[in-house]
Structure formats: structure tokens, C-alpha cells
Design a protein around this ligand. Structure first.
Ligand code: ZN
Length: 156
């Protein structure tokens, strides 16, 4: 069972969910993103993301029109990562397509780039064996304050 904190961008509130590893993430449609997929290799018993990030995933999955294999999404700060790791710490980034062929990965990259749902898609030259896309948020947002408070141990 994972504890999942979702920042609801529409109500400006944090929501708490408890889900099994094979259950869909909150706000995910058609079970296209399971808890274990969002978790990736993270060992954390608490995960977090935003409602907007989940909705963007739903849109991206619909536009791509096929399953998107997820290698990594969520990471705790001490669990490593690549260049854009702060977005992974925030739970608003995905590293996907690791198990696709190069041609299919290029199609996925173009799909993400053209979909307009992501704030940032990392150039393919920097991500030779995966596709990184994320949903950045304002540093002044409530969600950002919650994450920094969590890091300081103020949230349980
Ligand atoms: Zn990434």
C-alpha cells in the first residue's frame, strides 16, 4: 500500500490516497498508469504528484494511442536521477519508452513534443534511450512549499 499525496490544482489543496501497487494512480483514466509504474525504482512509501500531471498523462496516452512503458517517474531526492531530477523529485516528470525501439521512441518523442500538454520535453540528444517530459509548476506554488516543508520534515 502506498500513501499518495496529490496536489489538486483546481481546489488548491493537498489530497491523500492509499493505493495498492497494481491500482491506477488517482485521476488516471483507463488504468494506463499504475502505482508501481509511477513509482519506478523508488522505495519510498509515500509518493506525490499533481492532478494536472495525471491529467497530462491521460492526454498524452490518448494522443500516442498505445501503451507507454514507464521506466521512472517519481524519485525521492536521495534516489538519484538525471539532469532534470528536481521535476522527478516533485513527481511531475516521466522517463518513458526505455523498452521501445528507437523508431517508436522517436514517434513518442514527437508525440510528446507536439501534444502541447507538457511544459518541457527534453531534447532527444540528451535522452538517447528514453523520453523525458514534465509538468513544471511555479516555485511560488502551494505544492512547491509543501515539498520543501516535507524535505524539512514538517509534514508527516
Ligand atoms: Zn527525466
Amino acid at each position: 500500500m502506498a500513501k499518495i499525496i496529490i496536489f489538486n490544482n483546481d481546489t488548491d489543496r493537498m489530497e491523500t490516497y492509499y493505493k495498492g501497487e497494481n491500482e491506477a494512480m488517482p485521476y488516471n483514466t483507463n488504468s494506463t498508469l499504475k502505482v508501481r509504474e509511477f513509482r519506478g525504482s523508488s522505495k519510498s512509501n509515500i509518493l506525490w504528484t499533481t492532478k494536472r500531471t495525471m491529467q497530462s498523462w491521460n492526454s498524452q496516452r490518448y494522443i500516442f494511442g498505445a501503451p507507454i512503458p514507464v521506466g521512472f517517474a517519481f524519485k525521492r531526492p536521495y534516489e538519484g536521477g538525471h539532469g532534470n531530477q528536481s521535476q522527478h523529485y516533485a513527481g511531475v516528470a516521466f522517463d518513458v519508452g526505455q523498452t521501445l525501439t528507437q523508431a517508436r521512441r522517436n514517434t513518442l518523442y514527437n508525440s510528446a513534443k507536439n501534444s502541447g500538454v507538457w511544459a518541457y520535453v527534453e531534447p532527444i540528444s540528451l535522452t538517447p534511450t528514453w523520453v523525458h517530459f514534465d509538468k513544471r509548476f511555479r516555485n511560488t506554488s502551494l505544492f512547491n512549499r509543501w515539498i520543501s516543508n516535507f524535505k524539512k520534515g514538517k509534514c508527516k
